[in-house]
Design a protein around this ligand. Structure first.
Ligand SMILES: Nc1nc2c(c(=O)[nH]1)N[C@H]1C(S)=C(S)[C@@H](COP(=O)(O)O)O[C@H]1N2
Ligand SMILES: [Mo]
Length: 202
């Protein structure tokens, strides 16, 4: 799809190294193992699994997707669609620029704040405003990453409604379980699609 090529143009990555190829093979093996564990036939029957965010999905892939929340937290958690749906739902309408032009969408899903709080951040109460030292790095299934600072969404500071969106314009997010939504960003670069991990760290 044109989008994928656009992302590569806007955010060039180094050419494939043997290390990243090994990682890709490892990721594919893990993907297959998860598919087999989940008892779905699609992973095994399609040969080498393709984990591209645009072509590797489908309904079966969505159902086995979980979002890992880890890093400086008391309880690292793996959240399913059901877990995300259990958190208070927020709605935001946003506009951002992308390689395909200006996009406006309405997203729903839990606040990133609520998702992180479920895992219980290990902020140090003896350090002044310790949370302001932290960031959350979001990772997509294609290893695309972007970071937001805790202060951007902390209710006592910028208090921005950063979402872990599960719907876009009334439909489940096209890629995987959830998408990061960062209202106010001019460009779409932090709208990380097909989230697989949220890591809290300094
Ligand atoms: N996982 C992942 N998410 C991503 C990207 C990506 O390459 N991988 N590209 C980002 C960029 S640069 C933009 S502009 C938007 C584009 O949104 P769209 O794919 O819905 O058009 O997605 C963002 N989210
Ligand atoms: Mo972009």
């Amino acid at each position: 799809m044109a989008d994928a090529a656009t992302h590569r143009r806007e955010h060039p990555v180094r050419s494939t190294t043997s290390r990243s190829r090994r990682l890709a093979v490892l990721a594919a093996a893990v993907f297959t193992a998860v598919a087999l564990t989940a008892g779905t036939a699609s992973g095994a029957s399609s040969g080498a699994p393709n984990i591209d965010r645009r072509t590797g999905g489908g309904a079966a892939a969505k159902q086995r997707t979980v979002l890992l929340v880890d890093g400086a937290v008391r309880h690292r958690v793996r959240l399913s669609a059901t877990d995300l749906a259990a958190l208070p739902e927020q709605t935001v309408t946003v506009t951002f620029e992308s390689g395909t032009g200006t996009q406006t969408h309405t997203y729903t899903g839990p606040l990133l704040l609520d998702v992180l709080n479920r895992a219980q951040p290990k902020f140090d109460p003896t350090v002044k405003n310790d949370q302001l030292r932290y960031v959350v790095t979001a990772t997509g299934s294609d290893r695309y990453q972007a970071t937001v600072a805790w202060g951007e969404f902390d209710p006592g500071f910028e208090h921005k409604s950063v979402l872990v969106a599960v719907t876009e314009d009334g439909q489940p997010t096209a890629d995987g379980l959830a998408r990061l939504v960062v209202p106010g960003d001019v460009k779409g670069g932090r709208y990380v699609s097909d989230l697989i991990r949220l890591r809290l760290h300094r």
